[in-house]
Ligand binder design. Structure first.
Ligand SMILES: [Fe+2]
Length: 431
């Protein structure tokens, strides 16, 4: 259940790092910004910090170790399964300093227990809470984008230009084992477990769709032509009055996009970003392409050609480049560059078939619905996946600000098909 590579020492480091990152992602915001407007797609950041601490306290200290809650009101404030989303702005939330003090106290309680004990259950729950916090950290960043706040002030490296990467690669069909095998270190319930699927050979783009490619669709009246959209996509477009991608505007010099609180000229070779599933689908119709299925995406990322034969090898890679954990050479992750890189960057992260950036840079929509794998049973946090089956679409690969420690080729993210606020783009397949 618990990956052998995690000791209580390494989990102490992760626990401290995750909380420091959460604090850094909101440190520069005013108290008013920490509440923000009531929107269906964001949480008040002050609530979300408290929620992250509550989740850790609930699972590690209360459920895991039987400790009494630090705040008697914590469940009533921060339990996301019980506190309706649109009430989170009017709760009697503790002040900023009280919320941060609570988050520090919970963290210190966990660190203290890790110093004394290292039973597998404690390590598992601690790691789960770190990953939960990592996911909310990504939400803090897209909330800041949604609300037009400045980019978080994290130390950032320059992103060097690398250009486009056109063309497809061919992936052989055959048996493919979708999902992680049971030796995998740590996986979420929705990934369990590897099961055989049959794939036809297919051709998939080496890189995600770029901003320049998306601009061609927009300039060819892509948002005005119902024949390019599915019925559901066209009703979304009409209801949202979407005339172009979110955060885009026309200027005398061409399209610009808003990056946090700044307007920039399009970055032609960086991936299209903030595209929802319907927009991706319409682009595909226009381009004579289609979205990959989850199994195709995973085979392109994790598969290897069978030696001396047609089809896919039975060996799967944990990451596109192999089994080594992500580094700065392989993928754009962890907010290291504070934005996307050109799609030709990170050649060292290519998959066996030559697909680039399948991990990092931008989340990639896949074609089908988010469904349980055969034999699914929920983990202890029962609402992680189960409530969202059937209504959500799956995204793969992580984005520029996803924590690398969270990811692997089999990782399934999921959002409803209308969400444009997340760091999502897509890669296409030949028909
Ligand atoms: Fe949560």
């Amino acid at each position: 259940m618990i990956p052998a590579m995690h000791s209580s020492d390494s989990l102490r480091t992760l626990t401290e790092d995750a909380r420091e990152r959460s604090f850094a992602l909101i440190a520069d915001l005013s108290d008013a910004q920490l509440i923000g407007p009531r929107l269906a797609i964001v949480n008040p950041l002050l609530w979300e910090i408290g929620h992250v601490a509550w989740f850790q306290e609930h699972w590690v200290l209360n459920e895991g170790l039987g400790a009494a809650p630090l705040r008697p009101d914590a469940d009533a404030l921060y339990d996301s399964s019980a506190v309706a989303h649109d009430t989170r702005w009017t709760l009697p939330l503790p002040s900023r300093s009280e919320t941060l003090a609570y988050a520090r106290a919970v963290r210190d309680g966990v660190l203290e227990r890790l110093r004394r004990a290292a039973d597998p259950e404690l390590l598992y729950l601690t790691l789960y809470a770190v990953f939960h916090e990592d996911m909310h950290g990504e939400a803090f960043t897209y909330t800041r984008q949604t609300l037009g706040y400045p980019a978080p002030r994290l130390p950032a490296e320059a992103i060097e230009p690398a250009g486009p990467l056109p063309g497809d690669v061919e992936v052989p069909g055959g048996h493919f084992l979708l999902g992680p095998t049971q030796e995998a270190a740590f996986v979420f319930d929705n990934e369990k477990w590897a099961h055989d699927v049959e794939l036809r050979p297919f051709r998939i783009a080496r890189a995600p769709v770029t901003q320049a490619e998306l601009a061609r669709f927009v300039d060819d009246h892509g948002y005005d032509r119902p024949e390019l959209w599915s019925a559901a996509g066209w009703s979304w477009r009409a209801a949202a009055a979407a005339e172009h991608p979110l955060y885009w505007r026309r200027s005398p010099h061409g399209w610009e996009r808003r990056d946090f609180d700044r307007w920039l000229a399009l970055e032609p070779h960086r991936p299209a970003l903030h595209v929802n599933w319907y927009e991706a689908e319409a682009f595909c119709h226009w381009a004579g392409r289609r979205l990959p299925s989850e199994a195709e995406w995973e085979a392109a990322a994790a598969g290897e050609p069978a030696a001396g034969a047609r089809g896919l090898s039975s060996h799967k890679r944990a990451f596109p480049w192999g089994d080594e954990a992500p580094t700065a050479r392989h993928a754009n992750l962890d907010g290291r560059g504070m934005g996307c890189a050109d799609v030709a960057a990170f050649a060292a992260g290519d998959s066996a078939f030559g697909c680039r950036q399948m991990v990092g840079n931008v989340w990639e929509w896949t074609s089908g619905a988010f469904e349980p794998y055969p034999g699914f049973t929920p983990d202890m946090y029962r609402d992680y996946s189960q409530p969202w089956f059937g209504t959500h679409k799956v995204l793969r690969g992580g984005c520029w600000v996803t924590r690398g420690r969270l990811l692997r080729n089999t990782w399934r993210n999921f959002y409803t098909p209308d969400r444009r606020d997340v760091w999502a783009g897509f890669r296409t397949c030949a028909l």
